[in-house]
Design a binder for this molecule. Structure first.
Ligand SMILES: Nc1ncnc2c1ncn2[C@@H]1O[C@H](COP(=O)(O)OP(=O)(O)O)[C@@H](O)[C@H]1O
Length: 289
């Protein structure tokens, strides 16, 4: 608590203490070399296909609830060997721990509201410190920052290389949130929704097959308490109110990569790798595996 109060009043020079980051988190990566065709990162034909391990990946995933931030951030984290840190998971861990914050958090989360910047920064700070102690380097943040204050705090303590903004039409997002399931034994996420949105007004349709669990998980599926229609709609509304300034902030810094998901994982994953210029890297990794 004391740490965030200090930061809230401080200039950027002392904000680093908030996160307790070691020096590795301050370094700027070798430069952004990933892009979507429409992104400002695409510098002529000189695409640099650096080995991902040589980059200090400090990425942020933005996107509405249900868009698939967790899925793609987690796949990229395995591919690049950097931690995927989802602040929603940190909140759920805290809820499950029945620690002193749990009661307060459950009321906020179950109404679809945002946890205070203070609490969320503290949870993230602890997670980063623990990771640093284990020798982790880089990160893919999912669900943070969600407010301008969080973005400013993050910007004060570290250099974000790239912000990926995942997008899907709103009709799809509600269905996807309501179809989410987690196996309470292995912890893996699945989705039972069949999405089939027809194209109209020049916009392409979207179809997504469900991501079904293997037989051993089938009887152990649980639904998040905050994935009811009412709470999902509240979360989407809050997201659209708070996301615009964030997108603008990262766009003005030339860090925002917009990515319209073309469909489910089979269509979207290769396109995302291409946009990030990681397609060749992934092929090499698969060949070695
Ligand atoms: N950066 C954040 N700032 C404030 N609250 C957060 C943040 N990240 C997660 N939360 C809280 O945890 C809940 C679950 O987060 P998350 O799993 O990311 O949900 P979503 O599916 O809505 O993206 C959010 O509804 C919110 O209450």
């Amino acid at each position: 608590m004391a740490r965030i109060v200090r930061v809230a009043r401080s200039s950027s020079s002392s904000s680093s203490s908030l996160f307790g980051f070691g020096s590795r988190f301050y370094s700027t990566s070798a430069g952004v070399s990933h892009a979507s065709p429409s992104s400002p990162f695409l510098h002529g034909g000189g695409a640099r296909r650096d080995a991902a391990k040589d980059r200090n990946v400090q990425w942020v995933f933005l996107g509405c609830p249900g868009v698939g931030k967790g899925t793609y951030a987690s796949r990229l984290s395995s591919l690049l060997g950097v931690p995927h840190i989802a602040t929603g998971d940190l909140v759920r861990e805290e809820l499950a721990s029945s620690g002193p914050l749990a009661q307060q958090l459950s009321e906020i989360v179950n109404q679809g509201k945002l946890v205070s910047d203070e609490i969320i920064v503290n949870l993230l700070s602890k997670r980063l410190e623990a990771g640093e102690a284990k020798g982790e380097s880089g990160f893919i943040l999912d669900g943070f920052p969600r407010t301008m204050r969080q973005a400013e705090i993050l910007g004060d303590v570290t250099d974000i290389d790239l912000v990926v903004n995942l997008k899907l039409p709103e009709e799809v997002l509600v269905e996807k949130c309501l179809g989410r399931r987690t196996c309470n034994q292995c912890g893996k996420g699945f989705n039972i929704a069949h999405i089939n949105l027809k194209g109209e007004n020049g916009k392409p349709g979207i179809s997504m097959d469900p991501l079904l669990p293997p037989p051993q998980c089938m009887s152990k599926l649980i639904t998040r308490a905050d994935d009811t229609e009412e709470v999902v709609k509240a979360r989407l509304r809050i997201y659209s109110e708070t996301s615009q300034p964030l997108e603008e902030y990262y766009r003005s810094k030339g860090k925002l990569m917009e990515f319209d998901l073309p469909g489910g994982i089979p269509e979207s994953w290769p396109r995302l790798l291409e946009a990030l210029r990681l397609d060749e890297y992934e092929e090499k990794q698969s060949a070695v595996a």
